[in-house]
Design a protein around this ligand. Sequence first.
Ligand code: ADP
Ligand code: MG
Length: 236
Amino acid sequence: MSGGESASGPAIRVEHVTRTLQGEVPVTLVSDVSLQIERGEFVCVMGPSGSGKSSLLYLLGLLDVPTRGRVWIDGEDTSSFDDDRLTDFRLLRLGYVFQFHFLLAEFSALDNVSLPMRKLGRVSDEAARARAAELLDRFGLAGQHHKRPSQLSGGQRQRVAIARALANDPLVILADEPTGNLDSVASTNVRDILRNLTHEFDKTVVAVTHDANFASVADRRIGIVDGRIDMAWRPD
Ligand SMILES: Nc1ncnc2c1ncn2[C@@H]1O[C@H](COP(=O)(O)OP(=O)(O)O)[C@@H](O)[C@H]1O
Ligand SMILES: [Mg+2]
């Protein structure tokens, strides 16, 4: 699991990013956010419910497009990307972990993890399955390869989701409340796996969380209030 090809400069840079939903009454979800996230950093985004944390994460993950401002990932200005380039770039450079695992119910753990590699189409199906098996084993899921999501525990499902996020060896992992649905033992396990990705494999992790135990291991915590960075924000 080596890093990206161009190993210099920040992993993510956003400048004056704003996301407004147009309508009779326009709603601003994210307002003039500028920040830089270094390679290998583990950053937690925190703040009150409804403050725009998920909206910001979607912009960083190129799942949504800012109304104003720009997002650079791995030194590339993503504002110039067309849809095909965006799809490719997301598959190659970004991995996602959500609160709910979003694994495909009809697929085995192994097939769920293979899927991003098959979509990208750069390796044979055989190589994709071999790498998926290796990732699952690394996260303590040896012997679970052929189980469907419904046959796994919440913590196991989230570890499959992390393996899937790593499938194409991305630069950045974006996680939205990755422990929001887990008990404390599984939460600490998922926290330590994500933390370890930055230490051992130089991945960059940006995680939205309410979980103080999760955030306690972050290199940096960014507070978001009313769609803006608020460095004074502290959890209760
Ligand atoms: N598609 C949408 N249409 C209208 N309002 C939205 C939409 N998406 C999010 N919001 C609102 O924008 C605000 C920020 O949402 P979100 O980013 O999900 O916050 P958080 O993740 O911090 O809880 C919330 O008030 C939410 O209700
Ligand atoms: Mg949210």
